[in-house]
Structure formats: C-alpha cells, structure tokens
Design a protein around this ligand. Structure first.
Ligand SMILES: [Zn+2]
Length: 252
C-alpha cells in the first residue's frame, strides 16, 4: 500500500509533461486552441477512454468524447444498458466540465442505398436522421440527466448541406478540421511525428479539432497521444470542449 503522501508524489511525478523538443518549428502569433474529439464511446467505460479521461485530469486539460447510443460491436453495450459505474463516470466527468460528451450516432452502422454505401447519417431522409438524433438525446437525458450540445456524425457532416443552411441561420456552428493535423495518421494509429509535421505547416491556424479513436489504442499508441498532448502543452495550447469553443467564438 502506498501512503497518502507517496501516492500524491507518484501522481505529481506522472503529471509532469515530458519534454519533446522539436527543431525548426515556425513561430506562431498565438498559441493554438485545441479541441480533442475522441470518437466511439459505447455504453461501457472502454479502457482507452478511461485512460484518456485520467490523462486529461492529470494534465488539467479538457477534451470531448463522442457517444454512440446503440452500438452493436462485440463487447459493447448500448448506453441505455450502461451499468451504474459507467453512468456515474459519465456524470462526474460532465459535471467537472473537463469532458464534453457529444452525440456521435445512434448505431454508427453504415448502410446501402441504391448500391452505394453510406455512413449512418448520409443518404437518409431528414426524418430518419432526426429520429436517430432524438432517440440519442432521449437516452442521454434518461441515463445521464443532460442532452448533448454537440453533434459529430461518422463520416463528417452530411453532404446535403443541412448543416451549412443551419449555420447560415446562426443555429449551429460547424468546426472544421485541418486534415494533416490530427492525433492519428490513420484510424486508430496516433503518430507524434506525423502530427508535428502537419502542425508545423499551419502556424496561423487559430484552432485544431484533433480526432482520435481510443478503442484500438494499445500502450504504445497511447504513448504517442501523450507525446502529442505534452507537446501541445509546451506550445501553451488552450484546450477547450466544443461547446466552450463555440461560446468563445460567439462572444468575439
Ligand atoms: Zn466513429
């Protein structure tokens, strides 16, 4: 057993971001704003999400987890069957303001229309999309006591432009991505060097939405993510949740 003091110092040592010096980085006018967008949280505390939540706490930064309401992959549970430990974990992180939980989809399943494959929210009627959205919100409210404020469907916003219309009406704000600046080089593969190479090319960019898929991350991959986050902390990045960033932009 560790003494309380021993535990505290162990946490403190681990809490120190490690130095990862990067040569030839162009100067920035101001530190970047970072929105961590971590996809595919099911109705269980998936181990990499637990690790990610713990890392956010240790580094005292914020991030966001995209919830799938009724995913059916092996070992996952629908949110409505989430056990008390899961529900408490979500509620506590939500209440802390450290993690924003947002709606990533109802079942996240692809589907075929006229011989073409689509992501969940593509190639469907408005009514069908809305029903999926409404069911997700209902389950969230019943289980967690809050509604999602942010929507990030698999495959990005619909190519039919509903989001663009709503944005023009001031009803939503679409946060876009810089494709060569990301936590992952390919889905499930965080890569510190690839990140820094992309980051160095965009010294004028105000914010980056960094997407990741924690479920397949092993220890080595998690280490890459930690290096990226520690590098960004050295860059004096400001980590915001999506809702916080939108509020910040609207105040400007
Ligand atoms: Zn996804």
């Amino acid at each position: 057993m560790l003494s309380v003091a021993g535990l505290a110092s162990a946490i403190a040592a681990d809490a120190q971001p490690k130095a990862n010096p990067v040569p030839n980085l162009p100067a920035r006018k101001s530190p970047p704003i970072i929105i961590l967008k971590l996809d595919d949280l099911p109705g269980t505390i998936a181990p990499s999400f637990r690790k990610m939540a713990d890392l956010l706490e240790k580094r005292n930064i914020k991030g966001s987890f995209g919830v799938i309401s009724a995913v059916t992959w092996p070992g996952a549970k629908p949110v409505q069957d989430g056990d008390p430990e899961y529900v408490e974990w979500v509620k506590k992180l939500h209440a802390s303001g450290r993690v924003e939980f947002w709606f990533h989809g109802w079942d996240h399943a692809g589907h075929m229309e006229n011989g073409e494959s689509h992501n969940e929210f593509h190639g469907r009627t408005y009514e069908d999309q809305k029903a999926r959205f409404d069911r997700g919100q209902k389950v969230a409210f019943e289980k967690f006591g809050f509604h999602y404020q942010t929507f990030g469907p698999g495959g990005g916003p619909s190519k039919y432009g509903i989001g663009k219309k709503l944005e023009a009406q001031g009803k939503v704000m679409i946060l876009d991505r810089v494709w060569d600046v990301n936590l992952e080089k390919s889905v499930g593969n965080p890569d510190f060097n690839a990140f820094v190479t992309g980051y160095a090319k965009h010294p004028d960019r105000e914010y980056f939405v960094l997407q990741g898929h924690p479920n397949p991350w092993n220890d080595a991959k998690f280490e890459e993510v930690t290096k990226i986050i520690d590098f960004l902390i050295q860059q004096k990045a400001v980590f915001m949740t999506p809702s916080e960033f939108v509020a910040f932009k609207r105040k400007k």
